[in-house]
Design a protein around this ligand. Structure first.
Ligand code: NAD
Length: 305
């Protein structure tokens, strides 16, 4: 069983640390909130008065903190982890922070002779309680192998994201997509209400289409991702249908800011001569807008038609 320092005992960290204790690991815990430290002490953890004290003698140090700045101050600040950390220990930052901050933390720790890996988590505090978090492991192959037994006390699915800093990157992309989709879903649900359409009917239909399943594994998988832009559903027609939805919404006084912005992306694609390409060609359009090289070179239809 491992000796673990756990720092940051909030909504996520408290149950995660509790699960490590229940698996028989020895924990030393610290939080700026003494009540949280007390709760873990009642479950058998060793309470610490600083991050430095918690890290003393630890094989693993886990941080589960709100921001990159709090992780930095817990590691490098006064009474911080680095004051007592063993060079053999592995620091695992499980917080959701800025990926470029993660890169700097890894480099700054390395410069001091210490190891840090990023393992942010997916899912919610209910999953933290149940020990069923999704673990998104950055770090080297050796670090992932070393951390896996203790990580699996907190989650039930581990993705090796492919190297240092990749865990926080995949977390960022996943959050971006699901958080933005939440707002688009709300627009669609309110339009559904305004049209008097039972939500269950919309739900049934959308759960089998890219609306509910997302595009990566549906409309993109056999098209743009395979280098094929021959239309199964044309950009021109998608632009027309989105326009109808926006017109109806406007008449019903339902604001659709995300839908309106999306139509502009389709308009850009049409202006770039992609109107008769498959709607998955939007990926290429957004690449072009970002000044990145397009990857599907073989346009099947004459541009500008
Ligand atoms: P929280 O605010 O409940 O907990 C953060 C804890 O860190 C608090 O107990 C706070 O007192 C402590 N803390 C802050 N600064 C500190 C310092 N300098 N030293 C010691 N302790 C300090 O937040 P949370 O919901 O537990 O989230 C923690 C991290 O996990 C965040 O990065 C969050 O984005 C991420 N996350 C949260 C969820 C969720 O559903 N809540 C899901 C996935 C990831």
């Amino acid at each position: 069983m491992a000796v673990i320092a756990f720092i940051g005992l909030g909504q996520m960290g408290l149950p995660m640390a509790g699960n490590l204790l229940r698996q028989g690991h020895r924990l030393s815990v610290f939080d700026v909130n003494p009540a949280a430290v007390q709760r873990l002490a009642e479950q058998g953890a060793q309470p610490a008065v600083s991050a430095a004290q918690a890290a003393e003698g630890a094989e693993f140090v886990i941080t589960m903190l709100p921001h990159g700045d709090s992780v930095r101050s817990v590691l490098f600040g006064e009474q911080g982890v680095c004051e007592t950390l063993s060079p053999q220990a592995l620091v695992i930052d499980m917080s959701t922070i800025h990926p470029l901050q993660t890169d700097r933390l890894i480099a700054d720790m390395r410069a001091r002779g210490f190891e840090l890996m990023d393992v942010p988590v997916g899912r919610t505090s209910d999953h933290a309680v149940a020990g069923t978090l999704l673990l998104l492991a950055g770090g080297s192959r050796e670090q992932v192998a070393r951390a896996t037994p203790i990580l699996m006390a907190m989650g039930n699915e581990l993705v090796n994201a492919g190297g240092p800093g990749m865990g926080i990157r995949v977390k960022l992309i996943n959050n971006y997509m699901s958080i933005a989709l939440n707002a688009l879903s709300a627009e669609a649900a309110v339009l559904c209400e305004a049209l008097g359409l039972p939500f269950e009917v919309a739900l049934r239909v959308m759960s089998g289409t890219p609306a509910g399943k997302g595009h990566f594994t549906t409309s993109w998988s056999n098209k743009v991702l395979k280098g094929d832009l021959t239309p199964s559903f044309m950009i021109d027609l998608a632009h027309k249908d989105l326009g109808i939805a926006l017109d109806v919404a406007s008449q019903l006084q339902v604001p659709m800011p995300l839908g309106a912005a999306s139509r502009e992306v389709y308009s850009q694609a049409r202006a770039a001569g992609r109107g008769r390409e498959d709607w998955s060609a939007l990926l290429e359009q957004v690449r072009a807008s970002a000044g990145r090289p397009t990857q599907v070179k073989t346009f099947p239809l004459d541009k500008g038609k």
